[in-house]
Design a protein around this ligand. Structure first.
Ligand code: BG6
Length: 513
């Protein structure tokens, strides 16, 4: 009894969000993402009592792997990557329901074998088990997997019921507008849109979800959330890591595809969208699409609104690190950007004239993701003139997405004393201080939501297309000019000078988070 209370999963009780009997099939089961994120996420859901009693995990991949070996690898992945250590009771329940099917991605017979395996699981269970197909492979096999899910009848399983087959698609969702359109066409030839869950793991982050709560569950922000009070918005997604061992992937991708088109644009959409009519997937995604479509096409070219750069050798945490062009697997003359910054204008009633600055890069001074809302300055009639006495900053509301998750507001305050002097101060709220720090990882929330059938935190097809529509002309331009205009920044710095100049031209400067 004590054990069942510790792990409600053992009783098959879902604490507050019930998923139906489910089999998660992971394509690309011997890949990095599966070991680092997916298996640990599933394990932690089990530990929190959020998996259904009839839960099954099936790995699928080209490499023949016996069930037992797949289980051993899964346990090793949990030990290495899970935020909580491997609990014998929870694993004893998950392990027997974990199996592996090997086969090619374009091999229809192998998909028939997969279908037979799923049927066998259902027979053992004695009731319908919803299939959740998780495509975590390189993008060149997305289409064959989707088509074979269609041809084998798996995609249509239980269609018309709430427990219909579902498909999760990992990034990259295309590499430009044409390929994203083609991928959507393939998906829609097999699945209905409501069966499809396109992942952007930033949407699974606690603080990103909290953005909606902060905006729409508090009455003080929304009246100010417009061009009358907001001067500019800055969205930063900075990383300390370099390309590491992912050179092969990154050379084909670059910062715009890897971070801006998806994660940063999603942060922008949630910040700038209109209040949705309801808190459901369609209402929220309708608003996100609307605001993405309202972004004006970028001004591209030498005097444009975009800066790209590569990191040069520099120092990270006191140690020398190589520049991008010296990294393993990178062409010596590579024209792939590791940093991008841009100024976007949203052409609607709320945001007309308010610049949205976006930046993201690898090997930057600090790992930090934040959204900063800079308010207009008050009229300069009272505390003006004497800058030595009146140190005033614009009010800034910032959402720290990671690390050190929280919210802060910069206010101007009187310094205690007999003379009136002012100084900006920071009012802060930190999640860890209030709620503790061992919160669920993004993938836990996303896998659970997909099992439950809640698409709110996933990208709809038209959203992906709207964002690619904005980025593709820029990618085409960069391709056409090669390395021309490529700026550079020292590893461990805050980015290239061109990026500072982009803001300075409008009297702005980047925050140092
Ligand atoms: C991924 C990118 O989508 O996001 C990586 O492909 C990047 O290049 C990662 O490092 C960053 O995610 P997080 O959650 O660590 O901020």
């Amino acid at each position: 009894m004590a054990q069942a209370q510790r792990h409600p999963f053992l009783d098959g009780l879902s604490k507050y969000r019930g998923a139906p009997p489910t089999v998660v099939v992971i394509f690309g089961a011997s890949g990095d993402l599966c070991a680092r994120k997916l298996i640990p996420a599933i394990y932690n859901l089990g530990m929190d009592g959020l998996l259904p009693a009839d839960f099954f995990l099936v790995g699928y991949g080209r490499k023949p792997i016996p069930d037992e070996e797949f289980r051993t690898d899964a346990a090793a992945a949990i030990k290495e990557f899970s935020r909580r250590s491997l609990d014998a009771d929870v694993w004893a329940r998950l392990a027997p329901n974990t199996s592996y099917v090997s086969g090619g991605y374009d091999d229809k017979a192998a998909f028939d074998r997969l279908a037979a395996h799923l049927a066998e699981i259902e027979q053992r269970t004695g009731r319908p088990v919803q299939p959740l197909f998780y495509i975590s492979t390189p993008p060149n096999v997305f289409a064959p997997i989707l088509l074979n899910l269609g041809a084998s009848g798996l995609a249509a399983k239980y269609l018309g019921t709430p427990h219909h087959a579902k498909v999760v698609i990992e990034k990259p969702f295309g590499k430009d507008l044409d390929s994203a359109l083609a991928l959507n066409t393939t998906i829609r030839s097999v699945f209905k849109e409501h069966q499809v869950y396109r992942i952007d793991h930033y949407l699974g982050k606690e603080t990103v979800q909290d953005l909606l709560v902060q905006r729409f569950a508090n009455s003080i922000f929304e009246p100010l959330w417009n061009r009358n009070f907001i001067d500019s918005v800055q969205i930063t997604v900075a990383e300390e890591v370099g390309v590491g061992t992912r050179g092969g992937y990154y050379e084909q991708s670059g910062c715009l595809r890897d971070m801006i088109q998806n994660h940063t644009m999603q942060l922008l959409a949630l910040t700038a969208m209109e209040p949705p009519g309801a808190l459901d997937a369609e209402a929220i995604r309708d608003e996100k699409v609307k605001v993405l479509k309202a972004i004006q096409p970028l001004t591209i070219g030498p005097a444009g609104e975009v800066v790209r750069a590569q990191y040069a050798a520099g120092m990270m945490a006191g140690k020398p690190v190589p520049g991008y062009l010296e990294e393993e697997g990178i062409a010596r003359q590579s024209a792939t950007e590791t940093y991008a910054a841009m100024r976007l204008s949203i052409n609607n009633w709320r945001w007309q004239g308010v610049p949205f600055y976006l930046r993201s890069g690898k090997r930057m001074a600090r790992r930090v993701s934040e959204i900063a809302i800079n308010f207009r300055r008050p009229p300069g009639t009272l505390f003006a003139g004497e800058t030595a006495r009146f140190d005033l900053a614009a009010n800034t509301l910032s959402f720290q997405i990671q690390p050190d998750e929280g919210l802060s507001l910069i206010l101007n305050t009187k310094i205690p004393g007999l003379e009136t002097r002012t100084q900006p101060v920071k009012m802060s709220f930190r999640y860890a201080a209030t709620f503790g720090s061992n919160t669920a990882e993004a993938y836990e929330r996303l896998v659970l939501d997909a099992m439950i059938g809640d698409g709110t935190l996933f990208i709809r097809g038209d959203e992906a297309e709207a964002s690619w529509k904005l980025c593709t002309p820029l990618l085409d331009y960069w391709r056409s000019v090669g390395r021309q205009g490529m700026d550079s920044y020292a590893a461990g710095s805050w980015g290239p000078p061109g990026s500072d100049a982009l803001l300075a031209s409008r009297g702005h400067h980047w925050r140092q988070p």
